[in-house]
Design a protein around this ligand. Structure first.
Ligand code: ADP
Ligand code: AMP
Length: 214
């Protein structure tokens, strides 16, 4: 099954994508995680992406698309995948559609996690990320067992550079302008599903499983 997670930054795409990937035994592909890993490892891609990310802007489509096309060509993607944070622009969605069409495939579901902007700022301020293994926590809603330490791998948790309040505002603007139009795009393709993202993590997960018929 090929699934796209849509929703504002902080809506819970990563949280739910990991759970879906686990349940369906398919890879979770987060372009944000891939960029962050590249920044951490000091690669050319990381250097190129960092300035855009820190400013709350999108990385150029050409860079993002190259990365995604390489990723979905890998063996482990044969039975599907969950995209988290991709596509984020209409040109990205069109390029993905075209690439899949060329091999006789298409996206099965685009799941939009709906959360009003008012809730987002609070969610992102409390988000703590493990840059070592990609796990995500929240100081209130999904706290680690030991403050500041990743439950899974023991590394120190970080407040993401782009989760600072001034950048969150910019990212929300970018979302409304460039990513929200994808909701209509996938509605037109007949594969859009809407989940109420204001509920708790488990409740949102159950909604999504029902929406995708699992
Ligand atoms: P996204 O991938 O859409 O940017 P995340 O999955 O990283 O969002 O979630 C953003 C923050 O909100 C994280 O700190 C996460 O732990 C928390 N969170 C995710 N889902 C919920 C939820 N349903 N209720 C409350 N907090 C949540
Ligand atoms: P995320 O982890 O999904 O919140 O993404 C963090 C940042 O990475 C975004 O604010 C963008 O700067 C960049 N990014 C992630 N995915 C994409 C994408 N599909 N297109 C462009 N930029 C992206």
């Amino acid at each position: 099954m090929k699934i796209i997670m849509l929703g504002a930054p902080g809506a819970g795409k990563g949280t739910q994508a990991k759970k879906i990937a686990d349940r369906l035994q398919i890879p979770h592909i987060s372009t944000g995680d891939i960029f962050r890993a590249n920044i951490k490892n000091g690669t050319e891609l990381g250097k190129e992406a960092k300035s855009y990310m820190d400013a709350g802007n999108l990385v150029p489509d050409s860079v993002t698309l190259r990365l995604v096309m390489d990723r979905i060509a890998k063996e482990d993607c044969q039975n599907g995948y969950v995209f988290d944070g991709f596509p984020r622009t209409i040109p990205q969605a069109e390029a993905l559609e075209e690439a899949l069409r060329a091999i006789g495939q298409k996206i099965d579901f685009a799941v939009d996690i709906e959360v009003p902007d008012e809730n987002i700022v609070h969610r992102m301020g409390g988000r703590r990320a493990c840059l070592a293994c990609g796990a995500t926590y929240h100081t209130v809603y999904a706290a680690p067992k030991k403050e500041g330490v990743c439950d899974r791998c023991g590394a120190a948790l970080m407040l993401r550079e782009d989760d600072r309040p001034e950048t969150v505002k910019k990212r929300l603007d970018v979302y409304h302008e460039q990513t929200q139009p994808l909701i209509d795009f996938y509605q037109d393709r007949g594969c859009l599903k809407r989940a109420d993202g204001t509920k708790g993590v488990e409740e949102v997960f159950l909604q999504i499983l029902e929406l995708i018929g699992v």
